[in-house]
Write a protein that binds this ligand. Structure first.
Ligand code: DGL
Length: 266
């Protein structure tokens, strides 16, 4: 099949803020022929501290509008906090749409760890989800998994990526619980279970009391999306298509500049 690129439906990438950009950059590499729409529900940010029923309702209502407006080929929910809560509800509400989810990478971590000590760094919402507990039950019962719910790290990542100074102490307070020593063994993998966190991985590495593998699932999510999006021979990326939408309707200047840096109009 051959098609002019501008006939192809776009890929929609969704997060509460800028964290989904860590997934968007990988998805672009694998789907260069597709246009991208980035949705940040910044009016609802941070998702990590929402009450579950209210957040689920908000996300499903928002998608009713987004799907009607943008008619995407696939939606990548580039947010653990959103997908572990509302993934099933989205699929039930919009059965004709393909949703690619983001969940804590507990399975790959359990397969790779040599010490058997794995930590999962996430928002307080993701840490308390039944979905996350089920992943541990299904794939990691042989490991010691420490769940670390961070109150502030998503906000710090937003500030950092916009160019604000973030203190080492503030970051260390959020990540120090990830480092466990037990019976002469040490944590060797920390799962980055919030899409905001890979933006700070260089700081995490510098502050870590010992080296660990910081597991970022962005590439795996992009590969999954690619496998579900039809390849179209000869298609090229539509000119000047990609854009970002903020539910607040009013991204500030550093945010718009950031979006431009990612090749998105905002
Ligand atoms: N980026 C989101 C995630 O992957 C959460 C950030 C927030 O608290 O809104 O979980």
């Amino acid at each position: 099949m051959t098609a002019a690129a501008n006939e192809l439906k776009p890929v929609l990438v969704f997060d509460s803020g800028i964290g989904g950009l860590t997934v968007l950059r990988e998805a672009r590499v694998l789907m260069p022929e597709r246009g991208f729409i980035y949705i940040a529900d910044d009016a609802g940010f941070p998702y990590g501290s929402w009450e579950e029923a209210a957040l689920k309702e908000r996300i499903v209502d928002l998608f009713a509008k987004l799907l009607a407006q943008y008619d995407p080929e696939v939606c990548i929910i580039a947010c653990n906090t959103a997908f572990t809560l509302a993934g099933a509800a989205l699929r039930a509400a919009f059965p004709q749409m393909t949703f690619v989810g983001t969940v804590p990478a507990i399975k790959p971590a359990a397969e790779r760890t040599r010490s058997g000590l794995v930590s999962v760094l996430a928002t307080p919402g993701t840490v308390k989800r039944a979905y996350t507990r089920d992943l541990i039950q299904s794939f990691a019962t042989q490991c010691h998994v420490r769940l670390v719910g961070s109150q502030d790290l998503a906000r710090l990542a937003e500030a950092y990526i916009r160019g604000d100074v973030v203190s080492d102490e503030a970051v260390m307070t959020e990540i120090e619980q990830c480092f466990v020593e037990m019976d002469g063994r040490k944590t060797d993998i920390v799962v980055l279970a919030c899409t905001h966190y890979p933006f700070m991985a260089n700081i995490f590495r510098r502050l870590a009391p010992w080296p660990v593998d910081w597991l970022d699932p962005a590439e795996a999510i992009a590969r999954r999306a690619r496998s579900l999006v039809p390849q179209v021979a000869d298609a090229v990326h539509p000119d000047d298509f990609d854009f970002a939408v903020f539910t607040s309707g009013a991204p500030d200047f550093p945010t718009r500049r950031l979006m431009q840096g990612f090749g998105l109009r905002a």
